[in-house]
Design a protein around this ligand. Sequence first.
Ligand code: ADP
Ligand code: MG
Length: 310
Amino acid sequence: MTQDAIRIEGLRKTYGGTGRTPAKEALKGVDLTIPAGSVFGLLGPNGAGKSTLINIMAGLVVKTAGKVTIWGFDQDRNPRQSRAAIGVMPQELNLDPFFTPRGALEVQAGLYGVPKSQRRSDEILKMIGLEDKAEAYARTLSGGMRRRLLLGKALVHDPQVLVLDEPTAGVDIELRQMLWNNVRRLNRERGMTIILTTHYLEEAEEMCDEIAIINKGEVVARDSTDNLLNHLDARTMIIQPDGDAAQLPQAPGVEVVRREDGALALNYRSGQIAADDVLQAVRDAGIRIRDVRTEQADLEDVFLELTRSR
Ligand code: ADP
Ligand code: MG
């Protein structure tokens, strides 16, 4: 067992730049390590470079410079072993319309050199809920079924690292739940390292142990999900006054909003004013506090803060 599932050093990628296509620097020197056994989220706006990063790991895109190590194997020195350690569910639905789900899984297993005796097509079909579609042509499958089949294809060689590129973009809630249940189970029961990109911040918040935020080809933050959320010092204190609050609390750095239910929302930054001083301002306004709670910033705020004005 290695300690890092993925190690990326000084990774650069420039597309084009030959002939008439202008050069596009999609990755500008990315360093990133992803611990084995984790569920790791790669977040960033459209065009940030997430798919480029993933496709380089998968060996689908050739890097311009840098070093990629997968499960301890250098991608350049041990291409076969590093490729065997990773399975990728790509962003696009690139399925051959003439294969059946079972056929697609068998062909994929063949590509990865999995011997017939070790193939697990039935088990995978069951897991992705396509047993009764095993012999149907891919072109007759719904979009959701095709996505599930892509997940199945990523698993044929039983990789240590599973990478999912926007697996739930545009899919319905039911399929999203199913995908996440599968992914959770692979992580918990088999210890599979999961790397995913998503646009849904709540999803990353709920699913991921650690997160890297990537913007314009650079990693702008990388931390545990909890720490990323704690770093942000915007706080909201919700005060339920005992009776009417005739006078609103006043303190520098505190913005007060009266809510419809009579509660007062006090927005402040914990780096600017202590919670105790916020409470004191409430008492100074002659307000008796019946109930108090705080609202934390969420990942959306972190994301905006980190990608704004860059
Ligand atoms: P993301 O997945 O975060 O949306 P991508 O990795 O797909 O980002 O793209 C990063 C940047 O590289 C974008 O500006 C995109 O237009 C560009 N890009 C991606 N693939 C290609 C390609 N095959 N040729 C030229 N430019 C590309
Ligand atoms: Mg992408």
